[in-house]
Design a protein around this ligand. Structure first.
Ligand SMILES: Cc1cc2nc3c(=O)[nH]c(=O)nc-3n(C[C@H](O)[C@H](O)[C@H](O)COP(=O)(O)OP(=O)(O)OC[C@H]3O[C@@H](n4cnc5c(N)ncnc54)[C@H](O)[C@@H]3O)c2cc1C
Length: 809
């Protein structure tokens, strides 16, 4: 065996082979895949092989669509048998909420490029005459998907990779992985050692075990999932066409034709019915190969009965085969795709529960990320660093089981699921709960979403609902009086050392604050100028800076900061996210509230917009930052977490005379949309540069030495093809949420990235990336929201306080 490679991939299932193929396509042919058994001998070989187009997430749908365009061509490309069945699929809807979801997914499909039609029960019967449609109100018919022989597909990817020059070593177990002092990795295998620049953990059900070797963690559970194959069916024998794959939420099952038999796969829904494989160790023995488990009819029986009722032609046939196999489930059912936290050039390509459908697309976009430093799609929702240490075993088990049970449930926006909650709370958590706070989870933190004034629950769905007026009232409180919000979930870093200023100046695009207490909003870019991170940066002294970023970015940004320190540079990065709590106090009366509690001067002269001071409030020494994301006069108070309760009580008492109110992040979204503040992760992502994002004003004109500067200059010189615009929509009862297509002259010319209703301005607002020829203010466009094309107009200024008079008041 050779001693060096650029990349070593551990594991030869669909995910590993998908990556090997696409790394080779990107030109990284010096890649070796090591498999302990035969290719596909983990989860891949026994999969049912379905590859749906229909998927709720915009970015994941791009992954699925890519796979579904690749697989039908693989046989021709590689000469290897694939057995692609392009039979299409129909997902059934039984409720209005499901139909709204279909409309939303169908709108997104317009941008992604796959065909989808929402059809009625009669049309469904025409396509599948033996399917009962009792209770069915619609179907989402996707014609470009189907199913594949998983082993065939995986072997074809492997064959293609080999043809391009990549290497595969079979029957060789990786037994350890160690970091070398020079930054490379030593991969220890049964057949010898291999040194490499990059390691990829694609070990499927074993991926958690592999992480232990390097001190990392892979949050997923190996669940048991089974499908049943019937005896041959007369109707199938007599038919030349193949039925589409049916996805039936009423039975929580998928079913289709397998040769001339029926195939029924079950996601059990009742609590206690989901089962973990290989308890208590959680992963199979190393010797395990192509392992299956005893059939368990009992747990699946109610679901099978529901299917047999709906497809009566199967009712009298026996079951000839049951496949009960292991399937990995993460806490959010997305794979773990990207860098492992804190480990340089150690990548994860695992945790996939729909890994046959996703293997091709995941491989493509992960390969882009590894080779170019960023991918063409927003990878944030797949990045393994979306889970921190708080995502411990208990959290992972609870959420993965919940996810398994809900595989066929409609993901209603706003729904708060009970599993794995309260992993990261502030001292205010119980107090706010008692005040009616509905919390939502962000990187493990519980943060206020809205406050129920009368105990009502949110009627979750895709349209404006029963809390529309409640959130409006929270917004008005902030705009007219004063509001308070616990936003401790921010990621927070101290950057210290003699070289801290030079380091940050090189890393970020905006000018550095030149005075102590100065602040800037600034961005870190990749070498190709795509956006990597957004920081609110405060200078305490020239060797002491405080950086804030979004909750979900904590580990990503920590890696970025640490990995950017040059050799010999005296810089220390400290993650202080848990130490500092944050209370936002915002609104025209906020200065009066704070002044009642402090001898510090909160006047404009002493404490202007975008500056920070150390102050005392009610005898608590804390950091006040005059900045906020809601576009009002206001401060963020950063105080030691242990003092949060005391601070909140003091603010509340002082605020009573001004009719202070609690508010949550639903209100924040409305308020920031009115102020045209873009959202990191939605409007600002690694897919674009500051030029497309219309963020040039945050790039210093006097700096040419920051990472990505020359690529950004080039981009500005060459001109851009699309640009982020701010839109007002003539909406009806639903607002844009991101992913909606934007139309001009009947063509799709863009996509929304976020939106919401501005409760104070009473405008439905959105951000969208549109073709540059349609980006001028005043341009009239159409935005499709839940199937309805609504008129929209490009705005040239924020809907609220365009002159910034209020925030500078
Ligand atoms: C019953 C069932 C039906 C399914 N149906 C579908 C479906 O219809 N559509 C769909 O998209 N998905 C389906 N899946 C899920 C799908 O099978 C998985 O998501 C997918 O196979 C995961 O691929 P993988 O490459 O991550 O893992 P695996 O296929 O398990 O590959 C990991 C490989 O790593 C190797 N390995 C591990 N450790 C080492 C080591 N130390 N050294 C060397 N090699 C190592 C293993 O031997 C294994 O071959 C189904 C799963 C089940 C159980």
């Amino acid at each position: 065996m050779r001693s060096h490679a650029r990349v070593v991939i551990v594991g030869g299932g669909m995910m590993g082979c998908g990556l090997l193929y696409h790394l080779a396509e990107e030109g990284w042919t010096d890649s070796v895949l090591i498999e302990k058994g035969e290719l596909t001998s983990g989860s891949t070989w026994h999969a049912a092989g379905q590859c749906p187009s229909f998927i709720g997430s915009y970015n994941m749908a791009k992954i699925h669509h890519y796979s579904n365009t690749l697989y039908p061509t693989l046989e021709e490309k590689t000469g290897s048998y694939v057995s692609w069945h392009g039979c299409g699929g129909i997902r059934l809807a039984f409720t209005g909420a499901e139909v709204d979801w279909f409309r939303r997914v169908a709108s997104m499909a317009a941008n992604i490029g796959y065909d989808i039609a929402i059809i009625g029960p009669d049309e469904i019967r025409k396509i599948v005459p033996y399917l009962g449609v009792d209770g069915v109100i619609a179907g989402a018919y996707t014609t470009m998907d189907g199913h594949i022989d998983p082993a065939g597909g995986c072997n074809a990817l492997a064959a293609g990779a080999r043809q391009m020059g990549a290497e595969i070593i079979l029957r060789n177990r990786v037994i350890d992985i160690r970091a070398k002092p020079d930054g490379e990795w030593l991969v220890v295998t049964e057949q010898g050692d291999l040194t490499c620049e990059h390691v990829v953990n694609a070990a499927g059900c074993y991926a958690g075990k592999v992480m232990e070797w390097v001190g990392g963690y892979a949050p997923f559970v190996n669940m048991l999932h089974q499908y049943f194959v019937t005896e041959p069916i007369r109707e199938f024998i007599d038919s030349d066409t193949e039925m589409p794959v049916i996805r039936d939420p009423s039975a929580s099952c998928y079913y289709r034709q397998e040769q001339k038999s029926g195939l029924i796969g079950v996601y059990e829904t009742a609590e206690g019915t989901a089962e973990e494989a290989w308890t208590p160790q959680g992963y199979p023995a190393w010797e395990s190969e192509s392992e299956l488990f005893e059939a368990n009819y009992e747990r699946s029986m109610p679901h099978l009965e529901a299917v047999l009722k709906r497809v009566p032609i199967w009712a009298d046939s026996g079951i000839k085969r049951v496949v009960n196999g292991a399937i990995s489930h993460t806490p959010d059912s997305n794979p773990l795709l990207g860098p492992a936290a804190g480990l340089n050039n150690f990548w994860m390509c695992t945790g996939a529960s729909i890994g046959i459908a996703q293997g091709g697309g995941c491989g493509k976009y992960l390969a882009q990320w590894m080779v170019h430093g960023d991918a063409d799609i927003n990878m944030a929702e797949f990045d393994p660093r979306r889970f921190g240490k708080w995502a411990d075993g208990d959290f992972t088990r609870a959420t993965a089981f919940e996810e398994y049970n809900r595989m066929y449930a409609c993901p209603a926006p706003g729904l708060e699921l009970p599993a794995g909650r309260a992993k990261r709370t502030t001292p205010l958590y119980d107090k706010l709960q008692a005040k009616g706070c509905v919390h939502t989870r962000a990187f493990g933190w519980e943060r206020p979403k809205w406050f129920s004034p009368d105990g009502r629950d949110e009627a979750c769905g895709y349209r404006r609902n029963n809390i529309f007026g409640v959130v409006a009232e929270e917004c008005r409180a902030v705009r007219q009086r004063v509001g308070v919000l616990d936003l401790s979930s921010f990621a927070k870093f101290a950057v210290t050392g003699d070289d801290a200023e030079r380091f940050l100046d090189r890393l970020t695009a905006n000018r550095m604050p030149n005075k102590d207490g100065g602040m800037v909003l600034t961005h870190a870019l990749s070498e190709s100028a795509r956006m990597q991170a957004e920081f609110t940066l405060t200078r305490w002294t020239a060797d002491n800076f405080y950086l804030l970023s979004g909750a979900a970015c904590e580990l990503r940004d920590l890696d970025l900061l640490n990995n950017s320190i040059a050799e010999g540079e005296n810089v220390t990065i400290t993650n202080v996210s848990d130490y500092w709590g944050v209370l936002v106090v915002a609104g025209p009366r906020s200065r009066e509230v704070l002044s009642k509690l402090s001898i510090s001067d909160f006047s404009n002269e002493n404490f202007p917009w975008f500056t920070a001071r150390k102050v005392g409030i009610s005898n608590i020494v804390l950091r006040a930052l005059r900045v906020n994301y809601v576009g009002e006069l206001g401060w963020e108070l950063h105080c030691p977490m242990s003092k949060m309760d005391e601070l909140y009580d003091a603010i509340w008492q002082a605020g009573v005379e001004f009719d202070i109110a609690d508010f949550g992040v639903y209100a924040v979204n409305s308020l920031r949309m009115e102020k045209a503040y873009k959202g990191w992760g939605a409007d600002l992502t690694g897919e674009v540069t500051m030029a497309e994002a219309a963020m040039e004003r945050f790039v210093s004109k006097n700096k040419s030495h920051f990472t990505g500067a020359s690529a950004l200059r080039q981009r500005l010189q060459d001109g851009i093809a699309s640009r982020c615009v701010y839109l007002e929509i003539e909406a009806s009862d639903a607002d844009a949420g991101g992913g909606e297509p934007v139309y001009a002259d009947g063509d799709v010319i863009g996509v929304t990235t976020s939106g919401g209703f501005g409760h104070v301005t009473e405008k439905s607002l959105a951000f969208a990336y549109v073709d540059i020829n349609h980006a001028d203010p005043g341009t009239e466009l159409l935005i499709e929201i839940l199937g309805d094309r609504r008129p929209a107009r490009v705005l040239d200024e924020p809907a609220w306080d365009p002159g910034n008079d209020r925030i500078r008041a």
